[in-house]
Write a protein that binds this ligand. Structure first.
Ligand code: ZN
Length: 495
């Protein structure tokens, strides 16, 4: 048994290495690649995908897995086998012609979506979205392989293994009413929040971004910081890279994108080195990944004590910028605005954006909602939850790229990450009584060490929900997140 397992793991290690190389090509494409190389790069990535898929679905992998069925080789081996089996099933259950058709349609549909968004014309995108949706429904049916799994749940497994739409609905449904109520009370507040009075130069922002990544424990010997249009992190183990962007009018965009991506990267860097190049050597799910980026960005990075430190640091770097004191700075960093765009939303309203998409995409996949009715459904729901009307499709149903590239089941992991972060923060506060004093000095080591020891180091060893329940010592619930937001924003807005 052990010899069979070792053979499977040696084979898998090569596949993991190829996947990491493919990831590096993606990083390069977004940061360094000359613009003229796009077509050639498409060929490179397509060739890599073909090789990786062939290895993941190879008959010898199926034979090894069959021989190891029921074998007891310990917890780490069981977890590795769980990941390899899942990847093998995914790679073999979707017929090659369906996978090829999905790849073809989604590569074209992203461009059609971008043009429709620029023209503010949902009708120009609707037929393509219908095509993508039909293919995703077919894919979901193939993935469940006749075992009765709900179509949405089948798609969800790509992003959050073990989670179901019904469980998400129960978890996230609890958030909606609480958040709408809190937001409405905030709108009634008379608190005046100052605006930034000047611009912030590129070099100064990048110097501070570099500092912030270091403050949050990013290991520069295993990473680097570059610019990208949409910030992201990529890689794992000893090569974990982050990106950020600079807007001279709004330095918080750069600083909090950097802290967010640092959270993702520290997760990858924090995984036990023993899991390097195995299926356990990467973040276990999108939700858990987002819990790390969000707790770094929000619960730690946007906390009152850390904002006090950042206020001083920004004054040293840029001089006076029109904000009188640390308390006003804290309110500005956490300001609850009135906007249409998910990616620009504050902590209170962010999850309302996600919940809207989760409910609509679930209805699209189940067939309860047709693409032809999607724009009206979006606008009605937005008005109900945000209290004002969508003015144009680029601010509404056309704002996110996800559906155009077939990412159905991805959105709820953003909110799930926030829910996980809420529970983790509660446990962290109990475990690290010096947290506030530490953050006021720009010191995060005790907090990041707790996250590494309770979440990050395990990599893919546990199922996502089990990992969070072990770390927090409690069943997953939206309550800690709601309590945290209530406490924080009633104080800021003096409600
Ligand atoms: Zn993220």
């Amino acid at each position: 048994m052990r010899a069979t397992y070792d053979a499977l793991m040696a084979y898998t290690k090569r596949t993991v290495a190829l996947s990491q190389v493919a990831g590096l090509l993606g990083w390069d494409q977004e940061t360094m690649m000359p613009p003229g190389a796009a077509g050639q790069r498409g060929e490179w990535r397509g060739a890599m995908e073909e090789i990786i898929h062939a290895r993941q679905s190879a008959p010898e992998v199926g034979a090894w897995l069959a021989r190891l069925e029921g074998a007891d080789l310990g917890d780490e081996a069981s977890a590795n086998l769980r990941h390899i089996r899942r990847t093998f099933q995914r790679a073999t259950r979707v017929p090659a012609d369906l996978a090829a058709e999905l790849a073809r349609v989604t590569s074209v549909s992203q461009g059609i979506w971008a043009r429709a968004r620029a023209a503010d014309d949902f009708a120009a995108f609707a037929p393509t979205l219908k095509q993508v949706l039909d293919l995703k429904r077919e894919e979901a049916a193939a993935l469940s392989d006749g075992d009765g799994t709900d179509a949405y749940d089948a798609l969800l497994q790509d992003y959050e293994p073990g989670m179901s739409g019904a469980r998400l609905q129960a978890l996230l449904g609890e958030l909606r009413a609480g958040l709408v109520d809190l937001r409405d009370r905030i709108r009634g507040s008379t608190r005046q929040i100052p605006a930034l009075s000047r611009s912030f130069d590129h070099a100064g922002q990048m110097a501070l971004a570099h500092d912030l990544a270091g403050v949050f424990g990013y290991d520069w010997s295993r990473g680097r910081l570059d610019l990208a249009v949409h910030p992201f992190s990529s890689g794992s183990g000893f090569d974990t890279r982050i990106t950020t962007r600079v807007d001279e009018k709004n330095p918080f965009n750069c600083f909090y994108s950097t802290i967010h991506e640092t959270g993702h990267a520290c997760y990858e860097q924090g995984i036990s080195a023993a899991y390097l190049m195995t299926p356990l050597g990467r973040g276990v799910s999108m939700g858990v990944h987002e819990s790390q980026s969000r707790i770094y960005e929000n619960q730690l990075g946007r906390s009152a004590p850390f904002c006090g430190w950042l206020f001083q640091r920004m004054q040293t770097e840029f001089g006076d910028f029109g904000v009188p004191d640390a308390d006003a700075f804290y309110a500005l960093v956490n300001q609850v605005g009135q906007g249409y765009i998910r990616t620009e939303a504050d902590e209170v309203q962010y999850n309302l954006h996600v919940l809207l998409r989760f409910d609509l995409e679930r209805a699209l996949i189940s067939g309860a909602l047709e693409v032809s009715d999607l724009e009206d459904a979006w606008n009605a729901r937005f008005l109900a939850d945000f209290g004002f009307a969508v003015d144009r499709p680029s601010n509404g149903v056309l704002q996110d790229v996800h559906w155009s590239v077939g990412l159905f089941g991805y959105f709820p992991t953003y909110s799930l990450g926030n829910v996980y972060a809420g529970g983790l923060y509660q446990a962290l506060c109990a475990a690290v009584p010096t947290l506030e004093a530490d953050l006021a000095r720009g010191e995060t080591a005790a907090a990041t060490e707790w996250l590494r020891d309770n979440v990050q180091k395990y990599g893919g060893l546990f199922e996502p929900a089990d990992l969070i329940e072990r770390a927090t010592g409690a069943p997953i619930s939206a309550r800690p997140l709601l309590d945290y937001l209530e406490r924080k924003f009633t104080a800021i807005y003096r409600l």
